[in-house]
Design a protein around this ligand. Structure first.
Ligand code: SF4
Length: 454
């Protein structure tokens, strides 16, 4: 199983769960709409955010150097990592040099991207994810299925069963309050025992050399104020030029992500705690290559709000794991093939191109246009199967000529009803493999064709 459609098949086959997933995400999308509509200047905020990001990307080296200078002046130790391997080695070295074996982490998609957890665990360091959703998927030995709602694919009954097994809660208990209390007690022990805390970075400010971390559970604050060592990991695109730019991005982020007016905890870090250490690891890991790609550079503007996932009809009905990449949904369908075009060639096709993702994106990334452009690039580079390319070429020819369209229509009406069904639904059908055809009908094709309007 390699393509998106094949990976989505088991999720889509469980119709009640797929429907529930669809509705749960649509609920978040509607909350986002209510918040956006309550702010008259919403579109102006989006425009400004988009312009700030475009400007920052055009001068990113300058802003990163400015951030480094100011961060060092604040007593922050700054490290640079070319790729995931360097990032992991830097984090490990900081921990190993201080004899640290217990680390608490708040949510960081970058560390997922770099596979930090297994790297550290393989070197004898206990890593505890402290965001509730992240902890749930960690206990299940699964990656997150959504960048903001990591366990959205699970129902409370699934979590009750997991907690019964892992945390000793009552059997068949699924009351969210009871389960949250159990998780809280469990995580408190981890916070108290931790020797270091690791966070992501939502925004790093060049002007001040500080950075901001947003959470709804306060876990980043617990994880960075109790242990003496704080490591913050950021992709280099997280930089913004000025402190006042936060006023734009923070208003957009929470509303777009979960439909809240503000994230519950927005913590500003401008230096280590008294007697402690603060490290920032700035990571490239393929971002420079994207920056150099004029067509897809704007994907680096993403502030990881997840709104494009919540609105995407394909994501809602296929689940996050069908993408096979740490960032799923429309933005993941760009980032993944930018990283590895042949492995993720099916992802730009996992979109209806309805444009809903672009409409909700707070930084105005033209996602559906970029997905369409990526499809063209993949076709030109022959990265999609010959069968499909051939079928598209034939269709392009037929649909562009009225006489050919009429002729094929007549032929289809006279031939298809007499074909064996297995032939039509066989694996040689270019859409049969990458896109699921509806189930084979009980009626004969002859009857089906007769039913169509003449
Ligand atoms: S692409 Fe836009 S909508 Fe999607 S996660 Fe990024 S910022 Fe949010």
């Amino acid at each position: 199983m390699t393509g998106h459609a094949q990976k989505a098949a088991p999720f889509a086959a469980n119709e009640p769960r797929a429907h529930w997933h669809d509705q749960a995400l649509w609920f978040v999308r509607l909350k986002r709409d209510r918040q956006a509509e309550s702010i008259p200047e919403w579109e102006a905020l989006r425009e400004t955010a988009s312009a700030i990001k475009a400007h920052t990307l055009s001068r990113i080296a300058d802003y990163l150097e400015e951030f480094e200078r100011n961060a060092r002046a604040n007593g922050i130790q700054v490290h640079w990592a070319r790729d995931g391997a360097e990032h992991n080695a830097i984090v490990h070295r900081i921990l190993a040099d201080r004899g640290i074996t217990r680390l608490v982490k708040s949510k960081s998609m970058l560390t997922e991207e770099c596979h930090l957890n297994p790297y550290l665990e393989g070197r004898g360091i206990e890593v505890t994810d402290t965001d509730l959703g992240e902890r749930i998927v960690q206990l299940r030995h699964e990656p997150p299925s959504h960048i903001v709602l990591p366990a959205i694919h699970l129902k409370k009954e699934d979590i009750g069963e997991l907690f019964h097994k892992e945390l000793g809660t009552e059997k068949n208990a699924s009351d969210p309050k009871y389960l949250t209390e159990a998780a809280r007690a469990h995580l408190r022990q981890k916070f108290l025992a931790a020797q270091a805390g690791l966070t992501g970075v939502n925004f790093a400010i060049a002007e001040t050399g500080g950075f901001v971390v947003c959470t709804n559970e306060g876990n980043a604050d617990m994880g960075t104020s109790l242990p003496p060592v704080h490591i913050a990991c950021m992709g280099f695109e997280k930089i913004v030029p000025r402190a006042k730019d936060l006023a734009i991005f923070l208003r957009l982020l929470a509303r777009s992500a979960t439909g809240q007016p503000v994230t519950t905890y927005t913590t500003h870090f401008h230096g280590p705690i008294r007697g402690g250490e603060l490290h920032v690891v700035i990571v490239d890991n393929g971002r420079s290559a994207i920056l150099g790609n004029e067509t897809f550079r704007r994907s680096l503007s993403c502030i990881r709000c997840g709104a494009c996932m919540n609105t995407c009809p394909v994501f809602r009905r296929s689940g996050g794991y069908s993408y096979g990449y740490i960032v799923p949904g429309p933005i993941g369908s760009l980032l993944a093939p930018l990283r590895d075009p042949s492995r993720f060639a099916s992802l730009p096709f996992a979109s209806s191109l309805c444009g809903s993702c672009s409409d909700v994106c707070p930084v105005k990334i033209d996602l559906h246009h970029e997905l369409y452009a990526f499809r063209q690039e993949l076709v030109q580079n022959k990265a999609i199967p010959f069968r499909k390319r051939f079928a598209v070429a034939v269709m392009t020819y037929v649909l562009a000529r009225t006489w050919a369209y009429n002729l094929v229509g007549k032929l289809m009406r006279s031939i298809v009803p007499h074909l064996p069904r297995a032939l039509v639904y066989g694996p040689w059908n270019p859409w049969g493999r990458q896109r699921e055809l509806p189930p084979m009908p009980r009626q004969s094709f002859r009857d089906l064709v007769k039913e169509e309007p003449k």
